[in-house]
Design a protein around this ligand. Structure first.
Ligand code: SAM
Length: 267
């Protein structure tokens, strides 16, 4: 685990069940033998660690999953290097970037990048979300034919705003690309916000410190910082991006320090 100083702990989440007692202690999270009547519970589900709350409010339990469902489908049929995230991170002829995903979340973007061959360091500051990622990585490591992808994914529990350099320090690769996908600004149409997103917001907050995270990333990235934004949202406050790559619902703002292509071409 990386530097936890300054890491944000999860809002209301309570770790539930005797087998997870030591996990709660490790993360400094509240623990109970039985599920709480309200709020969010981090618990052992049938398919892995999950966070669950009142289904009427939060829908299905949330877990990170690299092996089945949407991640598996996207790995096999998702468009490979043509995907927006791959283009933004600079995959190209002879270029396979080394990427720090400093807003790992459920690891979906990180998994796409690692599936395409990139070494990826995931950094997540919310303890309960980090625990989901850790659990999903362990399942990936023992999945048939996917161990190779697991070997390219590393994980740290740290706040990228205050401790990104420490989190990267013992990663044996260069932070060529730093990928940021902070929570989108809260919009008024909250009735339309998906239930999973509601749960995530409760755990992770609104990521109002995204400008500081961008500044930290710009200090450390050797080649580029890429930021996922809603299509119409303004860029994160700070220096203007040099390039923008538009997708159907989101876009990437690119802050380029030097070309990945030139480096790949040099001996
Ligand atoms: C929108 S989600 C990212 C989703 C992710 N791209 C995926 O594919 O699953 C944002 C995540 O970034 C995390 N985060 C935001 N700011 C962070 C920071 N400064 N350091 C570490 N994690 C951060 C939040 O806790 C949340 O889990």
């Amino acid at each position: 685990m990386g530097d936890l100083s300054g890491a944000v702990s999860a809002g209301e989440v309570v770790v539930v069940g005797e087998p997870l007692r030591s996990l709660a202690a490790r993360y400094g999270l509240a623990w109970r033998a039985e599920p709480p009547a309200e709020g969010l519970a981090l618990r052992q589900g049938e398919a892995g660690l999950e966070i669950a709350g009142d289904p009427a409010l939060y829908g299905h339990p949330v877990r990170a999953d690299f092996v089945s469902g949407a991640a598996d489908h996207r790995r096999r049929f998702g468009g490979g290097r043509g995907q927006l995230v791959a283009k933004a991170c600079g995959f190209g002829k002879g270029v396979v970037p080394q990427v720090v995903d400093a807003t790992a979340g459920l690891g979906r973007d990180a998994f796409v990048l690692a599936s395409l061959g990139a070494e990826v360091l995931m950094v997540e500051r919310v303890a309960a979300i980090h625990a989901l990622l850790d659990d999903a990585l362990a399942r990936l490591a023992v999945a048939d034919e996917l161990g190779e992808i697991a070997a390219r994914l590393a994980l740290r529990h740290a706040d990228g705003t205050t401790a990104l350099a420490d989190a990267i320090a013992d990663w044996p690769h260069a932070p060529q690309v730093i990928h940021l996908d902070p929570m989108f600004p809260h919009r008024e149409k909250s009735a339309l916000v998906k239930k999973e997103m509601r749960l995530f917001r409760e755990l992770a907050g609104a990521d109002d410190d995204a400008p500081q995270l961008l500044a930290a990333a710009l200090d450390l990235a050797t080649h580029r910082v890429v930021v996922k934004r809603p299509r119409k949202a303004p860029p994160i406050a700070g220096p203007a991006p040099q390039h923008v790559i538009e997708g159907k619902t989101s876009r990437y703002d690119l802050y380029v320090r030097r070309s990945l292509r030139t480096d790949a071409a040099s001996p």
